[in-house]
Design a binder for this molecule. Sequence first.
Ligand SMILES: Cc1cc2nc3c(=O)[nH]c(=O)nc-3n(C[C@H](O)[C@H](O)[C@H](O)COP(=O)(O)OP(=O)(O)OC[C@H]3O[C@@H](n4cnc5c(N)ncnc54)[C@H](O)[C@@H]3O)c2cc1C
Length: 436
Amino acid sequence: MCLTKTPPSDTERPLRGFSSIPQVQTHEGNLGMEESGGNKKRVVIVGGGVAGALVARSLQFCADVVLVDQKEYFEIPWGSLRAMVEPSFAERTVINHSDYLTNARIVASSATDITKSKVVTEDGHSLAYDYLVIATGHMDTVPRTRAERLSQYQAESKKIKSADTVLIVGGGPTGVELAGEIIVDYPEKKVVLVHRGLRLLEFIGFKASQKALDWLTSKNVQVIFDRSIHLDKASDGAIQTSAGETIKADCHFDCTGKQMGSSWLKETFLKDSLDLRGRLMVDENLRVRGHKNVFGIGDITDIKNGGICNAKKADGIFHSKKLDLIGSGITTIPLYYSLFHMISLSMYQEIKQGYLAQKHAHVTVKNLKLLLTGGKESDLFTYKTSINVAIVSLGRKEAVAQFPFLTCIGRMPGLMKSGDLFVGKTRKQLGLKPDQ
Ligand SMILES: Cc1cc2nc3c(=O)[nH]c(=O)nc-3n(C[C@H](O)[C@H](O)[C@H](O)COP(=O)(O)OP(=O)(O)OC[C@H]3O[C@@H](n4cnc5c(N)ncnc54)[C@H](O)[C@@H]3O)c2cc1C
């Protein structure tokens, strides 16, 4: 229950014109500590991505909410690859924070420091908090304004349109989905995908990797494994691989994994709350361990136990166990493999997926509402991991999907995702019209 006098649906649907118009604050920094909100508790959310945006929207009428994001807009990540071949798609996927936050302050600047009571931003804001939510995901360099982001998509789509050969670097979900988008819309183009690993989509199982590879090669996408590209040295035209081969390409796209967005925390009081990979260590209530008023959610967390295991580590163990089993005369590898996957549920990092970041956000909203209304610590909600699914789209109609006991490819999983890429659904979660 919220503290403020608002209609019951406020946390589900933003009320346009309710209370103050949100202000996007940018360059005019404030050297003193910024206080506001009267009696209301102050919640500062750092990171306006999938998890942070949802928390800010859901709490905007319950507390004095400030969203700090390095850009002025929220972007639906799973729509971004379609936008590269169809730039008008981005009109629905790139959403100004002020469109869904009608009762919160928006500070469009990077957070650079935190203390136990305030967040400091690059442009000089100093934002006092009672509760802090850190949701800075992975590092990415994107333009600051929506207009700039939309014109970036126009430019990328032009590049793809005019290229004969497109090089994609990275065979994870982003690289595979981009290859699918390009080859379905432009079947006459040559698409080359270079991947450092030995299989595509390493975050899910072998079957899904093989199915995705078969699909791409059936569309004449050239997939090169076990090679990397020095992206800082790469220029369009002729691009060298790590093995010295030259790939001729008119344009190239970097779809390799990004660093955790936690480097800004390394000199703060949370430095000891980061694990070796820069992930924030959180407890079962999604609070940063040892800090009762700081939550960590989304990709930045170290949450263990995913339905789909940390594949690289798991692959290694699977292979060694498979050899042990063969040595002992047991040949029921498929059964063992399924069991292995089930066991791995409890052993490895949760996969970094947006629908899980949204689950983190929902638990955090419930916990913050409880704390904001003076609820008991013992009543806090616990985040429970679940068996995960992964659906990787392959162009506009098909997809490869891994469910707990089924991996499939084609139109059926495509029906679930590939048409609208969950864009309408995600817009609705933010209280926006799905198709506008
Ligand atoms: C191309 C692509 C396709 C994807 N497709 C899917 C899919 O189909 N299904 C799925 O479930 N998941 C998908 N994902 C994964 C999903 O997008 C992520 O798991 C999800 O975005 C994580 O949410 P988050 O809130 O933790 O981080 P993000 O959504 O990355 O948000 C982090 C935010 O923090 C901001 N930020 C970072 N540092 C700072 C700072 N110092 N100060 C202020 N702001 C900062 C960033 O600007 C950003 O807005 C996809 C990802 C990509 C890149």
